[in-house]
Ligand binder design. Sequence first.
Ligand SMILES: [Zn+2]
Ligand SMILES: [Zn+2]
Length: 334
Amino acid sequence: MAVVAFENARSVNAYYTWDPRVLLGVNAVANQNYRHKADTIGDLLIASNRISNYIDNGPWGGGAPQEVRVRLHTVKETIPNPHVNHFCFGTISQISYATAAHAVTWGIPAALQVIPGVPAANAAIATVHIEMDSWYFENYPLGFCAGMLCHEFAVHCMGDFLMTGRQRAAENFHQGPLVGSWAPNANPLTAGQIDHVFASCDLQPRYRQYRATVIEVAQAMAAAVGGVVAPGRVAVVANDVTDLFRCYLMDVASIQATNDHRAKGLTRPAVVATCFNNHRAALIVALGAAGANALIARVPPVITAATVTGNFFYLASSLLWGFLPNYSKSWWGY
Ligand SMILES: [Zn+2]
Ligand SMILES: [Zn+2]
């Protein structure tokens, strides 16, 4: 049975009341038991058939362990780590193949990079492993954290697995800009990360895998809203679904607008906002096509450049806090 298990998630933040972020009113997250938040996110991801099927029957052939671990780490742990060489949102989260002992196999053998859907060619690979920054886990609500993990699965390893060989080959041999239904056109040749730009172009198969995964997890969330909260879990509220969509839309919009050089989003917030609103309209159409009309009311409203700038500063201030105590992982930031 598929499991998504968090490592290093401590329980409660005893100092929440005196946390400067809370005192200043800049913290968007209520005082939650971090362990319970993590386990709730794990449940929601597993409720997606796409993710649970991938974990149980992925390219490793369904052998044990059918478990994916998400390890929280502090900024100070990330900086000296020589393996953190490709970044999905700065260092916010990363996915890699792993062995049965959950040892990360950073540096996928060259053969697997060329044919990304077939890590079974490496007998040692038995699962995937995700690293996530504790400052992000603490400062962003449940829906954003779930969205970040949807990215790791669907944009990277699981996306490779679910795409056909022909689709993967088309990405590998693609030349020139990626033309989607609206400007600007990202270009894989100069992109921050190639998977990311294919996942941000609405006409690409990787984009459709990402969106379909987000919709499935949103449906799992919506089904949990108002339900009985099991012991060791937190309540899922309707706004969590909106946060998941917001995380996804801001992700694809900022990739497309900056060719995955995200810091540039600060200098062109109007382009990011236009992309966000176009992806948003496409999401609404896709929700209707998926028979998920009830979720359309949960799609966040149209945004402006000021929204983008505000989100950017929240992200930056949360990152800076990452050098201070990370209550979900450690009291002193290490
Ligand atoms: Zn990524
Ligand atoms: Zn990555």
